[in-house]
Each structure stands twice: as C-alpha cells, then as structure tokens.
Ligand binder design. Structure first.
Ligand code: ZN
Length: 308
C-alpha cells in the first residue's frame, strides 16, 4: 500500500489463508483514496472484505493501522496486542503523545525551537481515530484462527509491537521490528524508559525462533533472517560504542550529544528522531553501568562512569 510520504513509500499488507477466510496483517493509512486503493488491490487477488476474518495490526503506527476503523465499519474485526488499550488516547491525540517528550527534551538542553515544534504537532488525518480493538491478542495462538499462527510480543520500536510466526511456512511477519534496509527508530519519552533494552531483547527473542523467511512491514522479503538480525544487533552496538567514544572524558548534555552524533542539519522530523534515538542509547548505556546521568535542577548531563 502506498503511503503519503516518501520513505518508506509503501507499507506491506499480508493475507494468510485460514480454512474459513483470511487473516490480514496491517492495512495502511486512513483516507478515502487509500481505502479505494486497498479495495482495488484486494480485488486484483480476488479478495473482498467478506473474505477477511481478522485484521491484525503489528503495532500502533498510522502506516500500519490508520485504515483499521474504516475496515471495522465493514465488519472486519480488528486485533492488537493486549497492552494497546493503554495507548489509544496517545494514538488519537498526538499532543498527549509528545507532552512527556517535551519535558524530557527541555531537561536535556534542547533549544526553544525544538520544544516549540513539539508543541505544534497535530494529529494527522492519515492516523484516523481508533477505539478499543475487538480482539486483544496474547502471546501464542489466536482465538478463532485455525491455522497454526503464533503471536510473539516484540516491543521496542513501539510498545505494542508484535511479530507473527506462521508455523506451517515458518514465515515471520515482523512488522517494523525487523526491516530489510533500515533499523527502526526507537521511541523514548523519558529517562526511565529503556526502550533500546526492550528492543534488543526482542531482537534476541526473534533470533531464537525457527524461521525461513521474514516478511517485514516495509520493503522486500528477507531471505536470510538470522544474518539480518545479527546486522541489526551490530548496528546498535556500534552506535553505543560511538557514543561512549564521543563522550570521552567530558560531560555533555543530551542535546550536545545529539549534535555530535548527527552533525548534519536535520529537518524537524529527523531532528526529533535523532533526539529519541540518541536518548535511547544514553539510557541503555546508563542501565548497563557504562555512563551516568547527572541530574541538575535545570539541565542534565551525561558522563562516563570512572572505573576505579
Ligand atoms: Zn511502519
């Protein structure tokens, strides 16, 4: 399915055949034109809404579930991982979503322009509005699905992210947890939130599954699942090592480290992603005992833990 932005320009939608209908994975963004596109594409496979017995969202991002409410109104039940109920308000109202991040960024020395940009974020229409899913998924098999499909909870890129293992084919539908070309962004909202630890644990969890092929949320099928997962593990290790090197024997605010790590001028969105990515690594390194977060009343900074 096409997306309203350039990279990645598409989201993958999958249909798994069960004995009484199809399980659909993800659906694209909200909007009449996107719904029409989906219908045309489904029609080209000989599928219509009546053939779909369940829509599963891999995680709560608009490119994966934006169109879900429109499909529910066509009698397709919608499933998300069970913890999704805690994040529905934040999905529907992005000002809630970025409030915590704003406070955090302020203490990490972010400039006014960055904080103002966060204040001005509005919920995009392509996200649609969602309400409590019809089915709240747990790990393991799915109620009312006969095929041996397994849900694996893989938080990190999103707090609600799941991967879906089709046991008969050993194809792993990975959402954005594992992608072929890029490493997914790691969201962080405050200093107590070790999302990178969650993400790397989820990578290890998936590495231990028997799988032949990964069907990701964006891009082409991944034919060498294990080596791709190893590459992604290595990416985060290298970035962590680089941050420790950059800090050296000095101390820096979180924002200064963002600028050291991403010296190129970034647009508003990429700057936010860079901030969250950097903070994810700093928090991860802090919890590993490599660096420490020194809290001041107005501005926090980071420094290496000195080994005595
Ligand atoms: Zn995505």
């Amino acid at each position: 399915m096409e997306l309203p932005w350039n990279s990645p320009g598409f989201v993958n939608v999958y249909f798994i055949e069960d004995n009484d209908g199809y399980v659909m994975i993800d659906c694209g963004v909200n909007g009449n034109e996107y719904q029409k596109l989906l219908e045309t594409k489904m029609d080209s496979f000989g599928l219509s809404y009546e053939n779909v017995k369940l829509l599963i969202g891999t995680h709560m991002h608009s490119d994966h579930i934006g169109l879900s409410s429109a499909l529910r109104s066509n009698d397709i039940p919608f499933a998300l991982y069970k913890n999704s109920v805690d994040f529905i308000d934040g999905y529907n109202d992005w000002s809630i979503r970025f409030k915590k991040l704003r406070e955090f960024a302020k203490k990490e020395g972010a400039p006014k322009s960055f904080l103002n940009d966060l204040d001005q974020i509005e919920t995009p229409t392509y996200a649609g509005k969602i309400s409590k899913p019809d089915v709240l998924l747990e790990e393991g098999s799915i109620k009312n699905v006969n095929r041996n499909i397994e849900i694996i909870f893989t938080p990190g890129h999103d707090r609600t992210e799941i991967s879906i293992l089709d046991n008969p084919s050993k194809i792993l539908f990975s959402g954005d947890h594992i992608l072929p070309k890029i490493t997914p962004f790691i969201p962080v909202e405050d200093a107590r939130d070790d999302m990178l630890e969650k993400y790397t644990s989820s990578l290890n969890k998936v590495y231990n599954l028997e799988q032949k092929l990964i069907a990701p949320g964006h891009g082409n099928l991944i034919e060498k699942p294990y080596s791709r997962i190893e590459q992604m593990q290595l990416h985060h290790k290298k970035r962590s090592d680089k941050i420790v090197d950059l800090i050296g024997d000095s101390k820096f605010s979180g924002w200064e480290i963002v600028n050291l790590l991403f010296p190129r001028k970034l647009d508003e969105l990429n700057l936010r992603l860079a901030f969250q990515e950097t903070m994810a690594h700093l928090i991860y390194l802090e919890n590993k005992g490599v660096i420490k977060h020194v809290l001041n009343s107005n501005k926090n900074y980071w420094q290496k833990v000195k080994l005595v």
